[in-house]
Design a binder for this molecule. Structure first.
Ligand SMILES: C[S@@+](CC[C@H](N)C(=O)[O-])C[C@H]1O[C@@H](n2cnc3c(N)ncnc32)[C@H](O)[C@@H]1O
Length: 250
């Protein structure tokens, strides 16, 4: 399988959408955003700080609860996603809970926006893991204005390296299983994800026109809970499950 991951991921997400709707309705409704696998509170991360009056795009928005959080903080978000069913949930939540903002169907590797359209591009487990970084990061640079911010959150490198081989979903282990060198594309039975090593990510961000501002490697809170079955709290107290990159377009 060398091509076609964009379509395969779209079909898979169309199939998964109904299963995420209840979880994401609660995220839409809350005034206390939490991030990533373990729900690290916004007060600890400040990913939504200083967004008032910004033109923002969420790349791989899913049900678009992050865009809802942005809109409530005075930003003007646009949610982009490639799954019609995920966008249908987002529209339903807009109608039920508000606020409303544009939702666009499309592929974040070929974002349907003009150059320099946004001040902030954000992704929580959207383009950040489902798109090829060598395609979506230069695309994010294209649609951001000079000085614009890129913030994205996805799996940590360590979580991918410690993930068991094979197709069964098993918890990550306290052992390096997969090779670090050459890590890029992960083909699972139902979907394809991407992850590159930190040095490679720094070079990609810089060659795409970004200055790297931070890399946060998140620790699960002591009493953390999660809805996923591929990582335990014991592991996530010792090792980062999620990482957040912050970069600025030069
Ligand atoms: C896990 S959701 C992200 C939304 C939410 N923040 C969350 O964590 O649930 C992943 C989303 O990425 C979308 N996605 C996958 N590939 C994409 C692509 N090439 N372009 C845009 N969106 C894509 C999927 O359709 C899905 O809605």
């Amino acid at each position: 399988m060398t091509e076609g991951y964009v379509e395969r991921n779209r079909d898979t997400w169309d199939g998964w959408a109904a299963g995420f709707a209840e979880r994401d309705r609660a995220r839409w409704a809350t005034d206390e955003p939490r991030w990533g696998t373990w729900g690290v509170p916004e007060r600890d991360l400040h990913l939504l700080a200083d967004v008032e009056d910004l033109d923002a795009v969420e790349l791989g928005c899913g049900t678009a609860y992050v865009s809802a959080w942005l809109a409530r903080r005075g930003a003007r978000p646009v949610g982009l996603d490639n799954s019609p069913n995920q966008l249908a949930s987002a529209r339903r939540f807009q109608n039920e809970l508000g606020p409303r903002f544009p939702l666009v169907h499309g592929d974040a590797e070929h974002a349907p926006f003009a150059d320099a359209s946004f001040d902030l591009a954000i992704s929580e487990y959207g383009a950040a893991i489902w798109c090829d970084p060598y395609a979506w990061i230069p695309e994010a640079a294209r649609i951001l204005r000079p000085g614009g911010r890129l913030v994205f959150l996805g799996h940590s490198v360590l979580a991918m390296l410690c993930s068991p081989l094979g197709d069964e979903v098993l918890p990550v282990e306290a052992e390096l299983i997969r090779p670090h060198h050459g890590m890029h594309r992960f083909d699972w039975s139902d979907a394809t994800e991407f992850q590159i090593a930190h040095g490679e990510m720094i070079r990609l961000l810089r060659s795409s026109g970004f200055e790297v501002e931070d890399l946060l490697e998140l620790q699960a809170p002591e009493d953390g809970t999660t809805t996923v079955d591929w990582v335990t709290l014991e592991w996530a107290r010792r090792f980062p499950t999620d990482e957040v990159w912050k970069a600025r377009k030069l």
